[in-house]
Write a protein of this length. Structure first.
Length: 597
């Protein structure tokens, strides 16, 4: 071999040596030794993994799935490690744990545990369901009963769930003064966007025109005086600031959180988003969610999505840094992921921003930004920092601003797999869906707009727009990753009822009318919307959403398979248990009041 060839060989040897060294440097640490395995055997396991769509056994170790298939298929593992065969689900159907991609677990627990005024029945994990309030007079009578039951005449009464459309009136201080002229009363609208107070509340908390003059959404009467209406997020944030210490009792919060935990568990949910983290108080919410996700009493993983506005107000230019720093609190049950913005108003109180022809009464609703350019400008620092952005977006103008703002940000700084998520998607058009597809966005739709709202909303929107709210069929046919949610406390978190609505497009509480049947989806697509698609929406599809090796062992154990029964019966399928990280939680175990402590 000549000298030139020897030098070439040495160079090649050196190159491979360097590659080998690099591989050694990046090689992950060895997998911890498995101490024991539990194999869950079921009548049927629906994996949401297209490679192995169905199975009858799943092996679990250290809280994660290690193998899926038949009991015989588990032998490479069970022959090697101590194994327990769990047959308690042998006659049940196992799905991936259901995922609630858009809810407010802490706020929902607090409000569901308060005096209720909801027009729809509301389930109670620890007792009889609330039957619902049929009309305005019944709501006023119920408020009087709530007030009379409070011994302290100066204690503030907070009631949740008033529905201005169902009740036919927007409350003001004069109406609430009929309940009590002396006790402070705060009524929180079912949308979560509006509050109404009586004169005693204004006096008790020293609310004056001077203090609220610059706050958008504070209502005035014909004489220019406060009328008791505090509409949209900035206005209700003010009320929470002055009255929060009286209506959000810190000592009750552990029980409130467990109320929502158990309500979700009974619906088969094992992971929930928290889609406006920091709305109440950033430090306190951090303490609470950390305590909850470290408590053995809890049966949920929580994915908090920070609400940008309170972070900006508190931290200014350091808002993004502080939001990212929260990821240091992560554990297996706590995964901080993303940021949220609000495009427009609410669907329920009919304040979402509409274009021509607007509402039938001539109203157009409200938007939080003058244009898509303004909206993009507000989001751009978070986009540039790589955040997964979630948008509250309801009306057609709200949706249009959300979509066009995304295009502006992509034009300025392209990103792959940005996972920009349009939440609620109340009044969309076919062209909006096409553009969402082109821009690579995803949608999480509030399906209660069909099941609980269509009949209430069609007088203001017209039968067509009320019918096709959410447009699930159009989204699916365009290949857009779509999930469905409850937005609890806006509606109760019951995934199988949501899947039933997606398949049947029926009104669940009123006359059973089918709204826009062409927008119905298959049971298979509906179940994806509460499992793998919901995980993708939250950005945690690598951890949950399907039954695959390596993912958390989170399951929903059902009495029947929603995909093989008549569609009309999907919402009747019983949830027998959930499994969180391999730990079995029977529904029968969460039927009594509990605290996380």
């Amino acid at each position: 071999m000549n000298l030139k060839s020897k030098i070439a060989c040495l160079e090649i040897a050196c190159l491979f040596s360097n590659i080998a060294s690099a591989v050694q440097l990046i090689d992950p640490p060895s997998t911890p030794r498995i101490s024991s395995i539990t194999v869950f055997v079921a009548k049927k396991i629906v994996t949401m993994d297209p490679a192995i769509p169905n199975a009858t056994a799943v092996a679990v170790a250290d809280g994660r799935i290690i193998s899926v298939g038949s009991l015989e298929d588990m032998k490479p593992w069970t022959d090697k490690y101590p194994t327990q065969i769990n047959r308690e689900f042998a006659q049940k159907v196992i799905y991936p744990g259901f995922i609630e991609p858009h809810a407010h677990p802490l706020l929902g627990g607090i409000l569901f545990n308060k005096p209720l005024l909801t027009p729809s029945p509301m389930p109670n994990p620890w007792g009889p369901a609330f039957p619902g309030i049929p009309n305005l007079q019944a709501a006023m009578d119920q408020l009087k009963k709530y007030s009379s039951a409070i011994k302290d005449p100066n204690q503030t009464l907070l009631a949740w769930g008033f529905d201005v459309v169902a009740m036919g009136k927007v409350p003001d201080r004069q109406l609430l003064d009929q309940v009590s002229a002396t006790r402070p009363i705060i009524v929180w609208d079912a949308s979560g966007h509006d509050m109404y107070v009586n004169s005693a509340t204004i006096k008790h908390y020293g609310i004056t025109l001077e203090k609220v003059r610059e706050i958008k959404g504070v209502g005035l009467d014909k004489d220019g005086q406060l009328n008791g209406q505090f509409l949209e997020i900035p206005a209700i944030t003010y009320i929470l600031g002055v009255a929060g210490k009286d209506i959000l009792n810190p000592s009750e919060i552990p029980t409130d959180y467990m109320y929502m935990n158990d309500l979700m568990q009974q619906g088969g949910i094992t992971t929930s988003g928290d889609l406006a983290f920091g709305t109440l108080n950033i430090e306190n919410e951090t303490k609470v969610v950390k305590a909850f996700t470290q408590s053995p009493a809890g049966s949920l993983r929580i994915v908090p999505v920070v609400y940008a506005e309170p972070f900006i107000q508190k931290y200014g230019d350091n808002a993004i840094h502080e939001a990212l720093a929260l990821q240091q609190q992560d554990n297996d049950r706590l995964i901080f992921q993303g940021v949220k913005f609000y495009s427009d108003g609410g669907y329920l109180p009919e304040t979402m921003r509409m274009e021509h022809p607007g509402y039938t009464n001539g109203s157009l609703g409200s938007s939080n930004y003058k244009s898509a350019q303004d909206f993009a400008g507000a989001m751009k620092p978070w986009w540039d920092a790589g955040f997964h952005i979630h948008i509250h977006s309801n009306g057609d103008i709200g949706n249009q601003n959300s979509i066009n703002a995304l295009q502006l940000m992509i034009d300025a700084k392209p990103r792959f797999d940005h996972r920009y998520t349009i939440n609620h998607f109340g009044i969309p058009s076919t062209t909006m869906v096409m553009k969402i597809k082109a821009l690579g966005a995803v949608v999480s739709a509030n399906i209660s707009y069909v099941s609980e709202r269509a009949k209430l909303e069609y007088p203001a929107l017209g039968a067509d727009r009320a019918s096709y709210a959410t447009r699930l069929g159009t989204l699916v046919s365009n290949g857009i990753v779509t999930s469905i949610h409850s937005d609890a406390p806006v509606s109760a978190p019951v995934p199988l009822k949501e899947a039933w609505t997606a398949v049947t497009r029926k009104d669940v509480y009123n006359d059973g009318k089918v709204w826009a049947p062409a927008e119905a989806v298959t049971a298979s697509d509906a179940m994806k919307m509460i499992t793998i698609n919901a995980a993708y929406t939250l950005g945690v599809e690598d951890k949950v959403g399907s039954i695959e090796a390596g993912k958390f062992a989170d399951f929903a154990v059902l009495d029947a398979d929603p995909q093989t029964i008549p569609a009309i019966k999907i919402k009747e399928v019983g949830v027998f248990a959930t499994v969180l990280g391999g730990k079995v939680i029977l529904v029968s175990e969460t039927k009594k009041p509990r605290s996380m402590e």
